[in-house]
Design a protein around this ligand. Structure first.
Ligand code: AGP
Length: 607
């Protein structure tokens, strides 16, 4: 999970643009940064541990001269975050610089082979073998592109790699295997980066590199070839439709709050899916003997919510499975009649892609739901849907959760229609409710935020939070808990409320904060019982319930009131919003950065 940004210009200094590009990629990793440029044929590198703005000013990176170069923000996987391990890394002679995102699994054997051939290593990283492999290949008097190609063929593992050399100072070579890399073209130059928002200020014409492809970029553009056999690949640029401000903070203090408040917009675009893809996925879901919903983190909570929706309105049994457990749990039974619906905002989550690879090997049909055009998931899926939430920069998923549930609900409704499980009136009713969701979320944001701020002020020092719900609200509870846990670091639990008496209730003490999700519907009576069992033990009851729900309000210490008549099966979308805001407010009150929680990265592209 590192950030990569490189470019070559017809005119102008690249260093300030590299720093700008890296700042848009900081969410991908921010424990160290490095920049390399070539000026008058000389390769110059400045790098250190620390955040971009601190290292940039300390090393005066913006002053570096040269119209070709690249930069890297690191998220350590091998070797501690320090100057030596920061990227770029070079060969022993300092002529070839490389930055890399991914994990080279066979780097130890390669490193030993290179040491035996006289190469010196100074870092603990896996990346450092790459420039030395290229240097070794160049001894056969071949150019940097071919040498890089040969070096990459020796690697096992994942990489987005970018190469810069004073031996051929007019070009950049880059390639990808699993880790994302996108090119950009403009009048004044050519770019490569880990994702499109870093390039967007300079062009809206992008080219998504695919696994096993290598590109050579220079002031005239790009050439793509296949790593495997060097064959040429023709690919015309795509135009990015969203505008840059969608990836910038606008008037918000950070990305997370912006993205929480963006949800009415992202939900409206989520209602404008491409019909042919909805129909295609529905057809596959209908045919499957068994359907696995494979995902991680927040995406897993969307899938758990979706399992209730698919079952109740389409009569389809689905198995939500944590990506990292899929192969162990179902790897021996998944087969040609299985449907895998992989849900991943980034489309690059290692665990999810690994599960998908296994399922494909077993001849299962893989479908994808992602937010990222050009991601690996879109290429390994038989068919996929883009949820169209726009870029999500904050590490904590917010708008992408609500969009995922919205899209999955639409698939369930389309399937219910295909299977004749709902009458036309029922379908019309669900569709009408679905189209009201963005406005409902808009009113929730307006009407509950002040109350949430009050609760956050009173509860910010709670030592333990429980998030509890029944039915589909147990998924909402799990997502509310993950938000609080990942950005405030407060210990918290979430599980289906009926489980309390099977163990978790032992942890409840006086003033333990218990957040209950209580929409009207099939589980309303049962959640009252769950509230009472916690109240009896002195817990602080914080309830999210429908306006005027006197049964719940009479049992609660704090109440967040929601609009009336939200169908229970769609309730995760509006009911998660107060919990997103609660987590955000407590994090800010505790002086934490909600965009960059410790130990986490936006996209987990390594095992
Ligand atoms: C959620 O807030 C986290 N960012 C994390 O759990 C995330 O949902 C998970 O890593 C899955 O990411 P994906 O949807 O891109 O696959």
């Amino acid at each position: 999970m590192c950030g990569i940004f490189g470019l070559v210009l017809r005119k102008g200094r690249v260093a300030p643009m590299i720093l700008d590009g890296l700042s848009r990629l900081e969410y991908r990793g921010y424990d160290s940064i490095g920049v390399a440029v070539i000026n008058n044929g000389v390769l110059q590198i400045r790098k250190d541990a620390g955040k971009i703005k601190d290292v940039a000013s300390r090393l005066r990176i913006a002053e570096m001269k040269g119209s070709i170069g690249f930069g890297h923000t690191r998220w350590a996987t091998h070797g501690a975050p320090n100057m030596i391990n920061a990227h770029p890394h070079t060969d022993s002679k300092g002529k070839i610089a490389v930055i890399h995102n991914g994990v080279i699994e066979n780097f130890m054997e390669l490193k030993q082979e290179l040491i035996d051939k006289g190469h010196n290593f100074i870092s603990k990283t896996d990346t450092e073998v790459i420039p030395n492999l290229i240097d070794e290949e160049m001894k056969s008097d071949i150019g940097i592109t071919e040498a890089t190609l040969k070096a990459l063929r020796r690697l096992k593992g994942s990489y987005a790699v970018v190469v810069l050399s004073s031996l051929e100072p007019d070009k950049i070579v880059c390639a990808r295997q699993e880790s994302p890399l996108v090119l950009g073209v403009s009048e004044n130059g050519t770019y490569c980066a880990s994702d499109a928002p870093a390039i967007r200020p300079y062009t809206n014409k992008v080219i998504y590199l695919r696994n096993g492809e290598l590109a050579t970029i220079d002031v005239n553009g790009y050439k793509i070839i296949k790593v495997a056999d060097g064959s040429a690949v023709e690919r015309t640029p795509e135009e990015i439709t969203w505008v840059l401000e969608m990836a910038e903070k606008q008037e918000y203090p950070n990305y997370m709050l912006k993205e929480i408040f963006e949800q009415p917009t992202s939900l409206r675009t989520g209602l404008r899916l491409q019909e042919k893809y909805v129909d295609l996925l529905t057809m596959f879901l209908d045919r499957g003997k068994e359907v696995f919903l494979v995902s991680a983190g927040t995406s897993q909570h969307s899938c758990i919510a979706a399992s209730y929706i698919f079952s109740k309105i389409a009569r389809l049994t689905t198995y939500p499975v944590v990506s990292s457990e899929f192969t162990e749990q179902y790897g021996s039974t998944v087969g040609i009649d299985s449907i895998i619906l992989a849900v991943s905002q980034s489309g690059e989550t290692y665990d999810t892609l690994k599960a998908v690879d296994h399922a494909r090997m077993r001849a299962a049909t893989v479908l994808g739901l992602t937010n990222t055009v050009g991601s690996t998931l879109t290429r390994v899926s038989r068919a996929y849907i883009i949820q169209q939430s726009g870029p999500e920069i904050g590490v904590a998923a917010t708008k992408t959760f609500t969009s995922q549930v919205l899209v999955l609900a639409q698939l369930a409704m389309r399937l219910a229609k295909l299977r004749g499980k709902l009458s036309q009136d029922e379908l019309d009713e669900y569709k009408e409710s679905l189209y009201k969701v963005p406005d409902i979320v808009e009113s929730v944001l307006k009407e509950t935020y002040d109350k949430v701020k009050d609760i956050a002020t009173r509860e910010k020092n709670s030592r333990l939070f429980l998030f509890l719900g029944r039915g589909i609200s147990s998924a909402t509870a799990m997502e509310g808990r993950l938000k609080l846990l990942e950005i405030t670091y407060i210990p918290s639990l979430a599980y289906p409320a009926g489980e309390s008496k099977h163990g978790p209730i032992s942890i409840v003490e006086k003033d333990t904060a218990c957040v209950f999700i209580c929409p009207r519907g099939d589980t309303h009576a049962e959640i009252i019982g769950s509230i009472m069992e916690m109240k009896a033990r002195g817990a602080k009851i914080i309830s999210i319930c429908e306006k005027g729900d006197t049964d719940i309000k009479s049992l609660s210490d704090e109440v967040i009131e929601m609009p009336k008549n939200i169908p229970e099966l769609l309730s995760p979308i509006p009911y998660i919003v107060p919990m997103q805001l609660l987590a955000y407010e407590i994090a800010v009150l505790k002086g934490l950065d909600p965009d960059k929680p410790r130990n986490l990265a936006k996209s987990v592209t390594v095992p």
